[in-house]
Design a binder for this molecule. Structure first.
Ligand code: AKG
Ligand code: FE2
Length: 302
Protein backbone atom coordinates (compact mmCIF):
# COMPACT_ATOMS: atom_id res chain seq x y z
CA UNK A 1 0.00 0.00 0.00
CA UNK A 2 1.50 3.34 -1.05
CA UNK A 3 1.77 6.14 1.49
CA UNK A 4 -1.03 8.76 1.25
CA UNK A 5 -0.76 12.48 1.94
CA UNK A 6 -4.26 13.91 2.42
CA UNK A 7 -4.30 17.20 4.32
CA UNK A 8 -5.43 17.25 7.94
CA UNK A 9 -8.43 19.37 8.97
CA UNK A 10 -6.00 21.91 10.49
CA UNK A 11 -3.99 22.10 7.24
CA UNK A 12 -7.18 22.59 5.22
CA UNK A 13 -8.41 25.31 7.58
CA UNK A 14 -5.10 27.10 7.23
CA UNK A 15 -5.25 26.74 3.43
CA UNK A 16 -8.72 28.32 3.32
CA UNK A 17 -7.56 31.19 5.53
CA UNK A 18 -4.36 31.92 3.67
CA UNK A 19 -4.89 30.68 0.09
CA UNK A 20 -1.80 28.47 0.24
CA UNK A 21 -0.31 25.55 2.16
CA UNK A 22 3.14 24.08 2.71
CA UNK A 23 5.99 23.67 2.21
CA UNK A 24 5.81 19.90 1.81
CA UNK A 25 8.50 17.47 0.71
CA UNK A 26 8.34 15.46 -2.50
CA UNK A 27 12.02 14.44 -2.78
CA UNK A 28 15.11 14.93 -0.63
CA UNK A 29 17.37 17.66 -2.07
CA UNK A 30 20.00 15.22 -3.48
CA UNK A 31 17.32 13.18 -5.26
CA UNK A 32 15.63 16.26 -6.73
CA UNK A 33 18.98 17.61 -7.90
CA UNK A 34 19.80 14.30 -9.59
CA UNK A 35 16.39 14.21 -11.33
CA UNK A 36 16.64 17.87 -12.33
CA UNK A 37 20.07 17.35 -13.91
CA UNK A 38 18.56 14.64 -16.14
CA UNK A 39 15.34 16.51 -16.86
CA UNK A 40 17.07 19.70 -17.97
CA UNK A 41 18.81 17.69 -20.71
CA UNK A 42 15.55 15.95 -21.68
CA UNK A 43 13.92 19.39 -22.07
CA UNK A 44 16.32 20.26 -24.89
CA UNK A 45 14.84 17.58 -27.16
CA UNK A 46 11.35 18.75 -28.12
CA UNK A 47 10.54 16.13 -30.79
CA UNK A 48 7.99 14.37 -28.57
CA UNK A 49 6.91 17.55 -26.73
CA UNK A 50 3.26 18.67 -26.87
CA UNK A 51 4.44 22.00 -28.35
CA UNK A 52 7.51 20.98 -30.38
CA UNK A 53 8.00 24.39 -32.01
CA UNK A 54 7.75 26.36 -28.75
CA UNK A 55 10.59 27.61 -26.56
CA UNK A 56 8.37 27.60 -23.47
CA UNK A 57 8.52 23.89 -22.67
CA UNK A 58 4.95 23.88 -21.39
CA UNK A 59 3.42 20.55 -20.39
CA UNK A 60 6.56 18.46 -20.70
CA UNK A 61 5.01 16.07 -18.16
CA UNK A 62 3.22 14.72 -21.24
CA UNK A 63 6.44 13.31 -22.73
CA UNK A 64 9.10 13.20 -19.96
CA UNK A 65 8.46 10.24 -17.61
CA UNK A 66 10.22 11.77 -14.59
CA UNK A 67 7.93 14.81 -14.81
CA UNK A 68 4.83 12.68 -15.37
CA UNK A 69 5.76 10.81 -12.20
CA UNK A 70 5.91 14.08 -10.25
CA UNK A 71 2.50 15.39 -11.36
CA UNK A 72 0.88 12.07 -10.50
CA UNK A 73 2.72 11.52 -7.20
CA UNK A 74 0.62 10.93 -4.08
CA UNK A 75 2.62 13.63 -2.24
CA UNK A 76 1.23 16.27 -4.60
CA UNK A 77 -2.06 14.82 -5.82
CA UNK A 78 -3.42 13.85 -2.38
CA UNK A 79 -2.90 17.40 -1.11
CA UNK A 80 -4.43 18.93 -4.22
CA UNK A 81 -7.36 16.57 -4.03
CA UNK A 82 -7.90 17.45 -0.35
CA UNK A 83 -9.08 20.84 -1.63
CA UNK A 84 -10.31 20.23 -5.20
CA UNK A 85 -12.12 16.97 -4.44
CA UNK A 86 -11.57 13.40 -5.64
CA UNK A 87 -11.62 13.91 -9.43
CA UNK A 88 -8.57 15.86 -10.54
CA UNK A 89 -6.88 16.71 -13.87
CA UNK A 90 -3.40 18.05 -14.45
CA UNK A 91 -3.93 20.76 -17.07
CA UNK A 92 -0.63 22.69 -17.33
CA UNK A 93 2.98 22.63 -16.20
CA UNK A 94 5.43 25.48 -16.79
CA UNK A 95 8.96 26.56 -15.86
CA UNK A 96 9.80 29.71 -13.95
CA UNK A 97 13.53 30.34 -14.03
CA UNK A 98 15.14 33.32 -12.36
CA UNK A 99 18.80 33.94 -13.26
CA UNK A 100 21.21 36.22 -11.35
CA UNK A 101 20.19 39.83 -12.09
CA UNK A 102 16.65 38.92 -13.24
CA UNK A 103 13.77 41.16 -12.24
CA UNK A 104 11.21 40.10 -9.64
CA UNK A 105 7.84 38.70 -10.73
CA UNK A 106 5.07 41.32 -10.36
CA UNK A 107 2.43 40.60 -7.76
CA UNK A 108 -0.48 39.01 -9.62
CA UNK A 109 -3.66 36.95 -9.34
CA UNK A 110 -5.29 34.55 -11.76
CA UNK A 111 -8.05 31.98 -11.91
CA UNK A 112 -9.28 31.43 -15.45
CA UNK A 113 -5.80 31.98 -16.91
CA UNK A 114 -6.64 34.44 -19.67
CA UNK A 115 -2.92 35.20 -19.58
CA UNK A 116 -3.01 38.51 -21.37
CA UNK A 117 -3.50 37.56 -25.04
CA UNK A 118 -6.74 35.70 -25.37
CA UNK A 119 -9.71 34.30 -23.55
CA UNK A 120 -10.30 32.04 -20.53
CA UNK A 121 -8.28 28.82 -20.62
CA UNK A 122 -10.36 27.43 -17.74
CA UNK A 123 -14.16 27.52 -17.30
CA UNK A 124 -15.75 25.84 -14.28
CA UNK A 125 -19.13 24.18 -14.88
CA UNK A 126 -19.95 23.37 -11.23
CA UNK A 127 -18.18 26.03 -9.13
CA UNK A 128 -18.90 26.05 -5.40
CA UNK A 129 -18.92 29.28 -3.39
CA UNK A 130 -15.69 29.68 -1.43
CA UNK A 131 -13.98 26.62 -2.87
CA UNK A 132 -11.16 27.04 -5.40
CA UNK A 133 -11.42 25.24 -8.74
CA UNK A 134 -7.79 25.58 -9.70
CA UNK A 135 -4.61 24.93 -7.73
CA UNK A 136 -0.89 25.02 -8.41
CA UNK A 137 1.86 22.98 -6.78
CA UNK A 138 5.09 24.98 -7.21
CA UNK A 139 8.12 22.72 -6.95
CA UNK A 140 11.68 23.92 -6.37
CA UNK A 141 14.29 22.28 -8.61
CA UNK A 142 17.05 24.40 -7.00
CA UNK A 143 17.20 26.12 -3.57
CA UNK A 144 14.88 29.15 -3.45
CA UNK A 145 15.39 32.03 -1.04
CA UNK A 146 14.69 35.75 -0.70
CA UNK A 147 17.98 36.64 -2.41
CA UNK A 148 17.43 34.54 -5.56
CA UNK A 149 13.75 35.42 -5.90
CA UNK A 150 11.73 32.70 -4.17
CA UNK A 151 7.96 32.92 -4.58
CA UNK A 152 6.11 35.20 -2.17
CA UNK A 153 2.40 35.00 -1.33
CA UNK A 154 0.01 37.43 0.33
CA UNK A 155 -2.01 35.56 2.99
CA UNK A 156 -5.79 35.92 2.68
CA UNK A 157 -5.64 37.86 -0.61
CA UNK A 158 -7.54 35.13 -2.49
CA UNK A 159 -10.83 36.57 -1.21
CA UNK A 160 -10.41 39.93 -2.99
CA UNK A 161 -9.58 40.72 -6.61
CA UNK A 162 -6.90 43.41 -6.91
CA UNK A 163 -6.32 42.76 -10.63
CA UNK A 164 -8.43 42.12 -13.72
CA UNK A 165 -6.89 38.99 -15.19
CA UNK A 166 -9.37 39.05 -18.09
CA UNK A 167 -7.96 42.19 -19.70
CA UNK A 168 -5.60 41.67 -22.64
CA UNK A 169 -2.23 43.45 -22.51
CA UNK A 170 0.67 43.42 -24.98
CA UNK A 171 3.74 41.19 -24.74
CA UNK A 172 6.72 43.54 -24.62
CA UNK A 173 9.86 41.43 -24.30
CA UNK A 174 12.00 44.51 -24.91
CA UNK A 175 10.91 45.77 -21.45
CA UNK A 176 12.02 42.61 -19.66
CA UNK A 177 14.44 43.40 -16.82
CA UNK A 178 14.04 47.15 -17.52
CA UNK A 179 11.09 48.22 -15.36
CA UNK A 180 11.75 49.60 -11.89
CA UNK A 181 8.83 50.18 -9.49
CA UNK A 182 8.50 53.35 -7.32
CA UNK A 183 10.26 51.60 -4.46
CA UNK A 184 13.34 51.02 -6.66
CA UNK A 185 12.73 47.28 -7.13
CA UNK A 186 13.16 45.71 -10.59
CA UNK A 187 9.93 43.92 -11.46
CA UNK A 188 7.94 42.60 -14.40
CA UNK A 189 6.08 39.56 -15.63
CA UNK A 190 8.40 37.84 -18.05
CA UNK A 191 7.65 40.49 -20.71
CA UNK A 192 4.15 41.52 -19.61
CA UNK A 193 3.35 44.49 -17.35
CA UNK A 194 0.98 43.23 -14.68
CA UNK A 195 0.64 46.76 -13.24
CA UNK A 196 -1.67 47.42 -16.22
CA UNK A 197 -4.16 44.94 -14.78
CA UNK A 198 -4.51 46.69 -11.39
CA UNK A 199 -8.16 47.48 -10.61
CA UNK A 200 -7.06 50.57 -8.66
CA UNK A 201 -3.89 52.02 -10.23
CA UNK A 202 -3.02 53.75 -6.94
CA UNK A 203 -3.28 50.66 -4.75
CA UNK A 204 -0.05 49.06 -3.52
CA UNK A 205 0.36 45.68 -1.85
CA UNK A 206 1.66 45.65 1.71
CA UNK A 207 5.07 44.05 1.08
CA UNK A 208 5.66 43.49 4.80
CA UNK A 209 2.78 40.99 4.92
CA UNK A 210 4.18 38.80 2.11
CA UNK A 211 5.23 35.26 3.03
CA UNK A 212 8.47 34.21 1.28
CA UNK A 213 8.63 30.53 0.40
CA UNK A 214 12.26 29.71 1.05
CA UNK A 215 12.44 26.03 0.17
CA UNK A 216 14.90 23.28 -0.73
CA UNK A 217 15.09 21.34 -4.00
CA UNK A 218 12.31 18.74 -3.91
CA UNK A 219 10.01 20.81 -1.69
CA UNK A 220 6.76 22.33 -2.93
CA UNK A 221 3.79 24.36 -1.74
CA UNK A 222 0.27 24.57 -3.10
CA UNK A 223 -1.73 27.73 -3.72
CA UNK A 224 -4.77 29.04 -5.51
CA UNK A 225 -3.65 31.53 -8.15
CA UNK A 226 -6.31 33.90 -6.78
CA UNK A 227 -3.94 34.33 -3.84
CA UNK A 228 -1.73 37.24 -4.84
CA UNK A 229 1.81 36.04 -5.54
CA UNK A 230 5.06 37.21 -7.08
CA UNK A 231 8.75 37.30 -6.27
CA UNK A 232 11.66 39.57 -5.45
CA UNK A 233 14.44 40.03 -8.04
CA UNK A 234 17.34 37.61 -8.08
CA UNK A 235 20.05 39.81 -6.58
CA UNK A 236 22.65 37.02 -6.30
CA UNK A 237 25.73 36.69 -8.51
CA UNK A 238 25.52 32.97 -9.14
CA UNK A 239 22.34 31.37 -7.76
CA UNK A 240 19.72 30.34 -10.34
CA UNK A 241 16.28 29.50 -9.04
CA UNK A 242 14.22 27.08 -11.08
CA UNK A 243 10.61 26.56 -10.16
CA UNK A 244 8.20 24.20 -11.88
CA UNK A 245 4.52 25.15 -11.58
CA UNK A 246 2.18 22.17 -11.94
CA UNK A 247 -1.47 23.14 -12.28
CA UNK A 248 -4.61 21.18 -11.51
CA UNK A 249 -8.39 21.48 -11.87
CA UNK A 250 -11.37 19.32 -10.90
CA UNK A 251 -12.95 17.44 -13.84
CA UNK A 252 -15.91 19.86 -14.01
CA UNK A 253 -13.60 22.56 -15.40
CA UNK A 254 -13.46 22.93 -19.20
CA UNK A 255 -9.87 23.39 -20.35
CA UNK A 256 -9.19 25.41 -23.55
CA UNK A 257 -12.84 24.94 -24.43
CA UNK A 258 -13.52 25.53 -28.14
CA UNK A 259 -9.90 26.56 -28.73
CA UNK A 260 -7.48 24.89 -31.13
CA UNK A 261 -4.51 27.06 -30.17
CA UNK A 262 -3.56 29.79 -27.71
CA UNK A 263 -1.17 32.74 -27.62
CA UNK A 264 1.41 33.32 -24.91
CA UNK A 265 4.73 35.16 -24.70
CA UNK A 266 4.46 36.09 -28.37
CA UNK A 267 4.06 32.49 -29.49
CA UNK A 268 1.10 30.59 -30.94
CA UNK A 269 0.71 27.17 -29.35
CA UNK A 270 -1.45 24.72 -31.34
CA UNK A 271 -3.37 22.30 -29.13
CA UNK A 272 -3.43 19.25 -31.44
CA UNK A 273 -1.01 17.24 -29.24
CA UNK A 274 -2.36 18.66 -25.97
CA UNK A 275 -4.30 16.64 -23.42
CA UNK A 276 -5.11 16.78 -19.72
CA UNK A 277 -4.04 13.94 -17.41
CA UNK A 278 -6.41 12.31 -14.91
CA UNK A 279 -4.24 12.22 -11.79
CA UNK A 280 -7.03 11.29 -9.36
CA UNK A 281 -10.54 9.84 -9.50
CA UNK A 282 -12.78 9.62 -12.55
CA UNK A 283 -14.38 11.93 -15.13
CA UNK A 284 -18.19 12.19 -15.12
CA UNK A 285 -18.34 15.23 -17.42
CA UNK A 286 -16.67 14.45 -20.75
CA UNK A 287 -15.58 18.10 -21.12
CA UNK A 288 -11.92 17.41 -21.84
CA UNK A 289 -9.49 15.22 -23.70
CA UNK A 290 -7.95 13.07 -20.95
CA UNK A 291 -5.19 10.46 -20.69
CA UNK A 292 -4.06 8.37 -17.72
CA UNK A 293 -0.64 8.98 -16.11
CA UNK A 294 2.25 7.09 -17.71
CA UNK A 295 3.07 3.64 -16.39
CA UNK A 296 6.21 4.13 -14.34
CA UNK A 297 7.99 0.72 -14.31
CA UNK A 298 10.91 2.11 -16.33
CA UNK A 299 13.06 4.02 -16.99
CA UNK A 300 12.63 6.55 -14.16
CA UNK A 301 12.53 4.23 -11.17
CA UNK A 302 14.94 5.47 -8.54
O1 AKG B 1 7.87 31.71 -10.14
C1 AKG B 1 7.49 32.80 -10.53
O2 AKG B 1 8.24 33.77 -10.68
C2 AKG B 1 6.04 33.01 -10.85
C3 AKG B 1 5.25 31.76 -10.68
C4 AKG B 1 3.81 31.99 -10.85
O3 AKG B 1 3.35 33.09 -10.99
C5 AKG B 1 2.91 30.84 -10.83
O4 AKG B 1 3.36 29.70 -10.64
O5 AKG B 1 1.71 31.03 -11.01
FE1 FE2 C 1 1.23 33.06 -11.15
Amino acid sequence: MQKRFYMSEAEKKSFYENGFAGPFTLYEPEEMTRIWNEVRLDLLDTTTAPFPESKLNYDRHLDIPALNKIISSNAIVDRISSILGPDVLSWRTEWFPKYPGDEGTDWHQAESFVEFEGTEKLEPTEPEEGRPWELTAWIAMTPTNKANGCLKLMPGSHRTWFFDEKKNIPFEPENKNKRVLDDGVKSGFYGYDYEKLKLDPNWKPDEARGVHMEINPGQFFIFTSRCMHGSNPNTTKDSVRFGWATRFVPTHVKVYSGQDSFHHFGEVLPLDRYTTVQVAGVDRFGHNKIVAPMKQEAPVAA
